[in-house]
Write a protein that binds this ligand. Structure first.
Ligand code: AMP
Ligand code: MG
Length: 414
């Protein structure tokens, strides 16, 4: 039995970021850039107005006040998307809308609210010939300078940038219709067990539904991988071997099996793994999730296999601890940490397993604090203990007791 860190480090040695592919911009969401993004334009591309108001020359209005307004002659107007037909000269102004290019000659924008127009009813027509400026505004005020966000030639995003909605927006403003990112890993999902029936089958005596296939596939999707669902292999060498080979033919980057890795009579995953490749380790000092097996399958290329335990909670926690970092690594991500919250534990927790204990908890605010309580019965078959949780409390192997009222670190899953 090996420690969680040791097992994880060993597993992760077998993964690296996958090749790059060009994808339409939106498909890059939550993925990692494999190209450096350099801007070929300024953003904004031209000086423009940050407000609806009047484009003026600052020197003209240096002494303007409510008591002593400065009157300017209005020589035109410019809306967003257009270019002013006139040059602002001393004593004149051009009515300007947010986003419109600053007309030549002007250096400052005065908001409507600081002009005679602001004193009148809204919806005033732009036909007036004169405007009173009621306030001295310093030069450059309310003007967005060309290139103030991004300059031509600037490296906007280095390789390795994770693309979130904000990055998508910046890339769109740069005209990047598609971008290069690490491709998504294909992850085989194979359930094993004579007791399993398909999701839409009736439950005959002794049978249960194959839920692991779905929780695993969902977890793969949520992590950013592509699940390749292989259904159910029965607890015999021939069937399990055939289904593993079918998975390898489907060109997967990671193989996930569930169940058949314990010490029961029909737990044959380890044997088949050793026949079709090589098992590297078995059993991890954690609870739930102890029977995890890891090895490498011989295919056209070597494919790492995580033999997840069969119990539904164990399968999910083992996925969280081992499969998730592996998938994120293949996506090119380097930060796997879940956000943590310091929470006050509401009940006593006993950990007599001498293994790392992953307790499913509900974390919620109470006044200025956060509190955490277990989701109740923590058996490895009680999948609702995961469903009801929004966090995990990780009790180290050498801690036998955590008292009510102690402050703990909860890893947030949502
Ligand atoms: P095993 O490791 O094969 O002994 O399985 C441990 C437990 O997990 C048994 O109670 C199995 O019935 C259950 N189990 C195995 N595979 C699945 C699955 N795909 N979905 C739900 N439960 C499962
Ligand atoms: Mg079994």
């Amino acid at each position: 039995m090996i420690a969680v860190e040791e097992a994880l480090a060993y597993v992760l040695k077998h993964f690296q970021p996958l090749e790059s592919e060009r994808v339409p911009l939106l498909d890059a969401l939550d993925r990692v850039l494999t190209e450096e993004i350099v801007s070929d334009i300024n953003i904004p591309p031209f000086n423009n107005s940050a407000m609806d108001g009047y484009a003026v020359i600052a020197d003209d209005i240096a002494r303007a006040s409510r008591d002593h307004p400065v009157t300017l002659r209005v020589i035109g107007d410019v809306a967003a998307g257009y270019v002013a037909a006139h040059t602002v000269e001393r004593g004149t102004a051009i009515r300007i809308m947010t986003g419109a290019p600053l007309p030549p000659g002007a250096d400052t924008v005065v908001r409507f609210e600081e002009t005679s127009e602001g004193l009148e009813a809204r919806g005033a027509r732009p036909t007036r010939e004169r405007v009173d400026i009621l306030k001295a505004i310093s030069r450059g005020e309310n003007v967005r300078a060309a290139g103030e966000d991004i300059r031509v030639g600037e490296i906007v995003f280095p390789k390795g940038t994770v693309v979130r909605p904000a990055e998508i927006g910046v890339l769109a403003s740069l005209g990047k219709k598609d971008v290069a990112v690490h491709r998504r890993p294909r992850v085989a999902i194979l359930a094993t067990g004579d007791e399993l029936v398909a999701i839409d089958a009736p439950i005959a005596p002794g049978k249960i539904r194959n839920s692991n296939e779905y929780s695993n596939a969902a977890a793969v999707l949520k992590t950013g991988g592509v699940p390749v669902q292989l259904g159910i292999a029965r607890d015999n060498i021939a069937d399990l071997t055939a289904k593993i080979r079918a998975g390898l033919d489907a060109d997967v980057d990671l193989f996930l099996t569930s169940a058949g890795v314990s010490v029961g009579d029909y737990d044959i995953v380890k044997d088949v793994l050793n026949a079709e490749g090589e098992m590297q380790f078995w059993q991890v000092k954690m609870k739930p999730g102890k029977p995890l097996a890891f090895g490498i399958l011989r295919g056209k290329k070597p494919v790492p296999l995580l033999g997840l335990p069969g119990n539904p909670v164990s399968a999910m926690i083992s996925f969280e601890v081992f499969a998730r970092p592996a998938i994120l690594t293949m996506l090119g991500k380097t930060n796997f940490a879940r956000p943590t919250v310091r929470a006050i534990l509401q009940e006593e927790l006993v950990n007599d397993s001498q293994r790392r204990n992953f307790i499913r908890v509900v974390v919620e605010p109470r006044g200025a604090d956060w509190i955490a309580r277990s989701t109740g019965e923590q058996g490895s078959g009680i999948l609702t203990s995961v469903a009801r949780a929004n966090g995990l409390l990780i009790v180290p192997e050498n801690i036998a007791l955590v008292r009510a009222g102690e402050t703990v670190d909860a890893q947030m899953m949502d």
